[in-house]
Every structure is written in structure tokens, then in C-alpha cells.
Design a protein around this ligand. Structure first.
Ligand code: PLP
Length: 368
């Protein structure tokens, strides 16, 4: 039996009869950049996240960048985040001329550990970017209370967490602003690049709307030097259709995760904790294993694809060698990166595929 990490082709076949007419509508209206489909998506996604504003952008990286600029991050500032994430989280900080300052993870969740934030704060610190990694909300109450005490701003990196709930509230409105990615493999994925900034703050939304379109506040009225970070019309059309399925797809991801957890209860591996008060949307289902290369090749021999998110923490990436963090600076992130393994999880997985993955993993890693 073959089990890919993700099956976007099957998803397309399910939606084809809705997608093609929607793309045709975009062509008929020649609304290739922003336009009606994108505007409607902005309203629908803002409602979905229970926030006042959604500004549709060209990528999640653009959303992080504009989010930081909207918070007033400037050259010379420091922004705290964690090194167990995708490079884009830190890149956005660098784009602002600011310096990423890393703090380690809580190993039980693989998310930024709020207890470690205060020690990393300096007079230059301006903001914190918690990442809802793998779709699991970061500990936002603790992070927000530190931020409020120290007068810092919070930008959520919600690139992997569409629809996740923290203490009953959807991510996207838990800080001053939040960045979402609609990269095709995300839980809500476009048919190309896409992203959004969500916020309850009118001035942040106003800034982002102008900044995504060369600083324009009206046609050819450029108030400041901005960017070309606009969402394409096709992506708005696709995302509107897929958003209607998102809760149903998330429920299926959560069901698969419950089944994996049940079967893995006796297996020789680690699984991140889910807080009973929160709701992870399982963008990835990760486990922590020994001898990862061997586990991956034994799974591959059983037809099962697996992946590593992420193999190297950001402070040890060549791109950030200039920050001069030596190895062992963030031992918990480093350990997570050495052992983490992502297993297939997507809404279209059949019960047989789920059972095949779960049983194969136990067979390969052994029982406790
Ligand atoms: C945690 C995280 N942050 C930011 C991004 C950047 O999003 P995009 O690829 O849409 O620019 C991604 C997606 O790859 C991500 O996983």
C-alpha cells in the first residue's frame, strides 16, 4: 500500500467541478490581481478567524514582513522567536533590518517556551513571534502577559494553524496581528503562493492594504514606498471554495491524529502534548524517534512517505551564521530537529492507510 505525505491531486479531483468555473470567472472578469474573489475571501476568512480584518497577500512570508512593519519594527530592533521553525519566520525579521533573537522550545509541545522569553529581552526588543507549529497553538496567555508587562508586541506566525483554537478562540486574533500562509501544502492551500495578515487593529490593516500595493492609498497616490505583495485573483477564488471544507478537513485530521495517538501509546517514540483546553489542526503529525534515517527507510520500504520538519534549527543554518550562535545554544530545539519525523496526515487518507502507517511505525520503532 502506498501512503504519500499529502495527496493534493485527490483533493483537486474532489473539487474540480467547483474550481474550474471559479477560475473561469476570474478570467472572464480579468480580475487577475486582487479583485472581487480576493475581497470576498478576505471577508470570509476574517469571519472564520473571528477577527475584524484580513488583508490578502502574495505569501505567508509577505504577511510576516508587513505584520512586523505594521508593528513598527525598525532597523536595530530585536524580535524574539524560536529557532524550531521554517526560515521565513526569521527572514521577515531580517527584511525589517531587525535582529532575530532566539529562545528555546518547550520540549513537550515543540513550541516557543514562554518561561525563557524574559531572559532574552533587551532594551532593543520590540516584538515576539510565537509560531503555532504543526497547527498546535503556542501558549498565548503566557506570551501575551509577558509582552504586556514588558511593552512588547505580538505577531502570531499562524502559517500552519488555520482554524486552530487556543482556549476556545481561533488563532489569528490572539496578538496584535497574525500571518497566515496559503502555500499549496498548507491545511488551507492555494493553487500557487498566497498569504494573509489578520488583525483587529484598524491602523495595522490600513497600513498593510497600502503596503501590499506600492504604498498606494488611492490609484497612483503613493504615501510611502511599499511592496508588490498582492494576492492573485485565482488564489482568492480557490481559497473561497476550500475554506468551506476546512472545518470538515480539520475534523478528519484530528480523527487521524487520535488514532495515531491510540496506536502509539505503547510505542517507543515521543509525541508532542496537546493541551485539553486547545485544539490543534494537525498540519503535521510529528513523532520523535531514535535512528530516524533507519525509521524513514523502513517506512519507505512499506510504501510510506515521511519527512522532517525541520532538520536544522535556524540558529545553525548557514543563512544565520552571522548571528554567531554556537551549537548547543538551544539544546531542546536541536534535539527536536535531530529526532522529529512527520508522518502522513491529510483529510483524504483512508482508514486502511491510517492503520498501515500506525502499525508500520510501531513495528519499526518497537514497543516500550
Ligand atoms: C511556520 C511558517 N512560517 C512562515 C511560512 C512562510 O509562508 P510562505 O511559504 O507562504 O511564504 C511557512 C510556510 O512555509 C511556515 O511554515
Amino acid at each position: 500500500m502506498k501512503v504519500p505525505l499529502l495527496d493534493l491531486k485527490a483533493e483537486y479531483h474532489e473539487l474540480r467541478d467547483q474550481i474550474l468555473p471559479a477560475l473561469d470567472r476570474v478570467c472572464e472578469n480579468s480580475a487577475f490581481v486582487l479583485g472581487e474573489e480576493v475581497e470576498l475571501f478576505e471577508h470570509e476568512f476574517a469571519n472564520y478567524c473571528d477577527v475584524k480584518h484580513c488583508v490578502a497577500l502574495s505569501s505567508g512570508t509577505a504577511a510576516l514582513h508587513l505584520g512586523l512593519l505594521a508593528l513598527g519594527v525598525q532597523p536595530g530592533d530585536e524580535v524574539i522567536t524560536c529557532p524550531n521553525t521554517f526560515l521565513a519566520t526569521a527572514e521577515a525579521i531580517t527584511y525589517c533590518g531587525a535582529r532575530p533573537v532566539f529562545v528555546d522550545i518547550d520540549p513537550s509541545t515543540a513550541n516557543l517556551d514562554p518561561v525563557r522569553i524574559a531572559r532574552a529581552v533587551t532594551p532593543r526588543t520590540r516584538a515576539i513571534i510565537p509560531i503555532h507549529l504543526y497547527g498546535r497553538p503556542a501558549d498565548m496567555d503566557a506570551i501575551r502577559s509577558i509582552a504586556e508587562n514588558l511593552k512588547l508586541l505580538v505577531l502570531e506566525d499562524a502559517a500552519q494553524a488555520h482554524g486552530a483554537r487556543y482556549r476556545g478562540r481561533r488563532v489569528g486574533g490572539l496578538g496584535q496581528a497574525a500571518a497566515f500562509s496559503f502555500y499549496p501544502s498548507k491545511n488551507l492551500g492555494a493553487y500557487g503562493e498566497g498569504g494573509a495578515l489578520t488583525t483587529n487593529d484598524d491602523s495595522i490593516a490600513k497600513y498593510a492594504r497600502a503596503a501590499r500595493s506600492h504604498g498606494q492609498t488611492a490609484r497612483y497616490e503613493h504615501e510611502f514606498v511599499g511592496y508588490n505583495y498582492r494576492m492573485q485573483g485565482f488564489q482568492g477564488a480557490v481559497l473561497r471554495i476550500k475554506l468551506r471544507y476546512l472545518d470538515h478537513w480539520t475534523a478528519r485530521r484530528q480523527e487521524i491524529a487520535r488514532e495515531y495517538r491510540r496506536v502509539f501509546a505503547s510505542a517507543k517514540l515521543g509525541v508532542p502534548n496537546d493541551s485539553p483546553q486547545d485544539e490543534s489542526v494537525y498540519h503535521q503529525f510529528v513523532v520523535f524517534v531514535n535512528n530516524r534515517n533507519s525509521v524513514m527507510s523502513q517506512l519507505a520500504a512499506r510504501g510510506i512517505e515521511s519527512a522532517i520538519h525541520y532538520p536544522r534549527p535556524l540558529h545553525l543554518q548557514p543563512a544565520y551564521s552571522s548571528l554567531a550562535y554556537p551549537p548547543c545554544s538551544f539544546p531542546l530545539s536541536e534535539r527536536a530537529c535531530d529526532h522529529v519525523l512527520s508522518l502522513p496526515i491529510y483529510p483524504g487518507m483512508t482508514p486502511d492507510q491510517v492503520a498501515h502507517v500506525a502499525n508500520s511505525v510501531v513495528e519499526v520503532v518497537g514497543t516500550k
